[in-house]
Design a protein around this ligand. Sequence first.
Ligand code: NAP
Length: 319
Amino acid sequence: MAKRSDFEFVTEPTGEPGPGEVLVKILYLSLDPAMRGWMNAGKSYIAPVGMGDVMRAGGIGRVVASNDSSLAAGDTVVGMTGVQDYAIAKAKDLIKVDPRLAPLPRFLGALGMPGLTAYFGLLDIGKPKEGETLVVSAAAGAVGAVVGQIAKIKGCRVVGIAGGPDKCRYVTEELGFNAAIDYKSEDVRAGLARHCPTGIDIYFDNVGGDILDTVLSMLARRARVIICGAISQYNNVESMQGPRNYISLLVNHALMEGFVVFDYTARYAEGMQALAGWTMTGKLKAREDIVEGLETFPETLQKLFRGENFGKLVIKVGE
Ligand code: NAP
């Protein structure tokens, strides 16, 4: 678990934006499970955060000074801003958003990277068809909640797996999932057997570990297993627990495929348009869990790994 002593808070001048750069006042920071992986040395889909570097984070903020013709002071932008009050960033690496469309934290959740993760992972790999049964883990979280709602839009029967009665009630009563299994108090296998009597056509995996193994043993023929994340394994300092029941892929002629949302950068506009459209028509709902204060970062990050966040976890940094 990342802890306070892994970080240092320092104060230094912001500096001036160079050619092609802007100075951004950060308003909200995105807290993501992936941050834990970015703190590990070794090969991954992105370079680790170096010792002494600003901790990497997505954020939304307001341009306060611009040295690029594409952005002006006052514009609202989303990008990899880092865990800080102000960021200097290349204008080409930022996406300008319209702050009148939604509350700002939503651009870090359902209308941002987690929403796009759900959109591309589900539609490109999961290829949901009407009448199919989809199971999603971390179902009340930033990615999971969007996955389940898009699957409902596509006509699937949706079963969420989440921790605790409040999250289970939220996904069924507010988000319209067909059923939810509380993995902290119920037997997941029995719940899946009850809610997925013809097997699981699509599993969107956010957690890995034992839940992945259980789902693998209950796949339908030609199932698709989308490896989005494995939060149950990110704090393991020794080996990760891999899938034991992988032979189920052979038996059921099934597919298991991983992906990283950053692979889809060229198609973000398409995804954002779809997510915004569903939001406007009330088909895509979301909630954010907002914690105040940059200085809370180490403890706020831990909330993700304890399941203490309810919705997209963000830190409010400024106004
Ligand atoms: P989130 O779901 O909003 O928050 C994490 C949730 O994971 C917690 O609230 C908790 O919910 C659950 N959790 C924590 N520890 C767990 C454990 N040991 N076993 C089972 N569940 C556990 O986070 P998110 O941002 O939407 O991310 C969800 C997953 O997507 C993560 O694995 C993340 O790394 C992945 N992701 C992947 C990509 C990509 O490009 N591939 C992009 C974004 C996110 P409960 O209370 O329900 O346990």
